[in-house]
Design a protein around this ligand. Sequence first.
Ligand code: BGC
Length: 746
Amino acid sequence: MKITQKDREKAECLLKELTLKEKLNIIHGTGLFHTGAVERLGIPAVYMSDGPMGVRKEMKDDAWEACGNTEDYVTYLPCNSAIASTWNRELAYACGQELGEEARGRGKDVILAPGINIKRSPLGGRNFEYMSEDPYLTAQQCVPLIQGIQENDVAACVKHYALNHQEYRRLWVNVEVSERALREIYLPAFEAAVKQANVLSVMGGYNLFRGVRCCENGYLLDEILRKEWGFEGVTISDWGGILRTKESAQVGMDVEMSIYNNFDEYFFANPLEEAVERGEIAMEKVDEKVRRMLTVMSALHMLGGERKSGCYNTAAHRDVALQTARESVILLKNEEQRLPISKEKTKKLLVIGQNADRVYSNGGGSSEIKALYEISPLAGLKALLGGNTKVDYVRGYYVPELASQDEKWQESSLKETGVLGEETHKNPASGMDDGRLAMGVNGQVDLRDGQVAEPEILTEEIRQKRFELLQEAVQMAATYDEVIFVGGLDHNYDVENQDRRDMKLPYGQEEVIEAVLAANPNTVLVMMAGSPVEMGSFKDKAKAIVWQWYAGMEGGTALAEVLLGDINPSGKLPETIPFTHTDCSAHCIGTFGDKDETEYKEGIYVGYRYYDTKQVPVAFCFGHGLSYTEFAYRDIQAVPMEKDGAGVKVSCLVKNTGMRDGKEVVQLYVAAPNSAVDRPAKELKGYEKVWLQAGEEKLVEFELGKEAFSYYDENRKCFYVQPGEYQIMLGASAMDIRLVGSVKLR
Ligand code: BGC
């Protein structure tokens, strides 16, 4: 969906008719999830909804409470990490179409998705809402997703722009990063969203960047987003991300959304009106914002013309959730062909682990949804195995009851005491001496915005329960034909507003896994989580390990189909699983999550760019994922194309040499071995997912533009391709390179 001249003209026409009050009504929340309407001119309110995994439940207009209706159950899609791990652009597009159609069906105009921040550390609480540690993979998967959403006359809203990688102190953390890392790692997905997908809205992050709040940041919002990339859509603050009137009004931050219900006191409401009247903010600044909002509304056919109606909870949508879940399951290890488990031979199956018997859709923060249903792993296995196999389940580990979640968590997590709280909101002039504002009354800061997970407290009662559950699991494990352990994380850990403390498995799972493996070495392990966990202690002992993300309403079905061999797995890791978080460059070189100043000293060495270049061993590398069949690669060709001087055509033959049909993701990495500047050992620059019948061979082709060879040159202030020789590597993961070719660029 593209903004047209007609949209611009319509916006211009309406703008001329609006009073200042009406203009302001259009650019701030007049409800917690919508802006104001101007009825006399036929300008409707703009309704927004979270979030990445489905359309969020209906919230009250002026309170952080669910309406509690029955009509807001929806299709629950796999999380963004899962969509990325399919490495399948068509599925990303289908997910986008589904999400857009459901958003429209629920009467929304903007869906606050997808999250496209780069996963810098495995400890980020919202990692499950994001796609990958790699900018190319994120860009490639988010573009079709956005296109799919926007085909439904709904705007996607990519978030959180930019450098919003930690939850700890999320409103106050300042990110310092080199220009090169900014351009090579953190911005490419946003740039692709704007330039390739024509995304219609962008959400400004809570954090600061180079000392300036993202929602006040002229460099991000004006220089880069609008001038360099030509963004014509609208920028929306994260909820409560605007903290001062003038500073946000004078940059390209268009719409203020917040957590408060005193809508007239929003910074872009009465305070902005007063600032305009006092002459502190030019009317033209307000006009720019309103113009952009009206232009987007016109593009969405909200100002006349035929608009799509959308629909939700259709069988087709559930099928998209299932297909995506299937391709997102990652087979990490499969020694002695432990998997798939034979349906026919298995008469008694034991499932151990609470993750098998839980649902996830209703957690995680603003991405929570009311799923129409959710198939758990246990339900998926039972449904597929049917009555001839006896399936037993034991908890294995003990998850203490958490104090029930405060329904208003979103409001209270962002509200600060003293001058930082409602008072600030009522009196925007108070205590605001720098971009970060004064630190509360008496210098005390209320830390509710963003925490680090508390360490687990082991009471005698918990110890006892754990002991009993472990004993039970171990005793039973030895007596079953097959044992599947399903563990990992949950939304007590993968959650907005809280980072993890470390990568350790919670609830004493490590001990259970080791004991169960000792009792039955054939036990299959399933790790279900939204971010990496430590697997070092059992990774070598287990014969089979499967990874699953929060995989949507059909996640349990997809997992069972993979475990039982109905589906041949084809997911690949969109991020590295390190042994422990201190191996990760954000922690061992840069800083993460302990202070308000976060220095990305690791520069461009994020994820595999670091592990690979510095040869740091990892548990499972980027791009890794096995299949029940085997693929052989041969005959790499890398030929420079005449047409643009630096483009290259690459191809190879890939053959399914095993007995089963399956899909392979052929990954293309580029290396610049003789570079004058520091370059990573290799970088992902292409991938193709191919379906191959057993015995079949196919030609796989790639076209690389010159950007595939470039780096960001801080002196030239642009991307630059150094002439010389480059290596082209084709393989099944970052560490499993099968073919290497080279090409000389002039
Ligand atoms: C989150 C956003 C979300 C918004 C609205 C904020 O707390 O950071 O991702 O879209 O709330 O719910």
